[in-house]
Design a protein around this ligand. Structure first.
Ligand SMILES: [Zn+2]
Length: 184
């Protein structure tokens, strides 16, 4: 697996200056180290992991989100993915979600919010010069799900996200009308 921290450092527990700098800059924390170490162990049992790449791990409530490099998942079959999640769950004691990174921020957010879909996405520049993204989704998701997406986007893309939901009145009416159709 392609890791941002040297596998030698992870195995020995001693960081080289380059990797230490990444930790000091706050790019990776203890959880990242733990997950990367676990991946090194799992690669022996699940050799298909060798072609994948690691980006970042984010913990939120009862779930651990593991972000893999773009296109990583095409190297893992469903069975490997199932075993990977199972073993990570056993090791980390939380629900595991594995998500592929994407250069395109909108597409990355789309993967995180699924099965909800993005209706509009806007970039807003705040008076202090920082950037914020505002996303409107087609359906309501739980507060926890929305908060977890915000946290993952902040840690992986360093973007502040705001999530709103579209009012879907006309769609509800459409459903009601079609329900009244007589069966023939
Ligand atoms: Zn290193």
């Amino acid at each position: 697996m392609d890791l941002p921290i040297c596998s030698f450092d992870l195995k020995s527990g001693m960081l080289c200056p380059r990797c230490e700098e990444k930790i000091l800059r706050g790019l990776y924390d203890d959880l990242d180290i733990k997950v990367m170490k676990t991946f090194i162990e799992l690669e022996k049992e699940l050799p298909k992991l060798a072609k994948t790449g690691y980006v970042k791990t984010v913990e939120f409530a009862d779930t651990i989100y593991i972000i893999l490099k773009e296109d990583s998942l095409k190297y893992i079959d469903q069975e490997t993915l199932y075993l990977l999640k199972k073993k990570l769950r056993e090791k980390l004691g939380k629900k595991i979600k594995i998500i592929e990174d994407d250069k395109n921020v909108s597409r990355f957010i789309e993967k995180l919010v699924a099965p909800a879909r993005i209706i509009t996405i806007n970039k807003i520049w705040l008076p202090d010069g920082s950037e914020e993204m505002r996303v409107i989704l087609d359906r309501e998701r739980s507060l926890q799900a929305a908060s977890s997406v915000i946290e993952v986007v902040k840690k992986v893309k360093h973007i502040t996200l705001r999530i709103d939901f579209e009012k879907t009145g006309w769609q509800e009416r459409k459903v009601k009308i079609s329900e009244k159709k007589p069966t023939s």
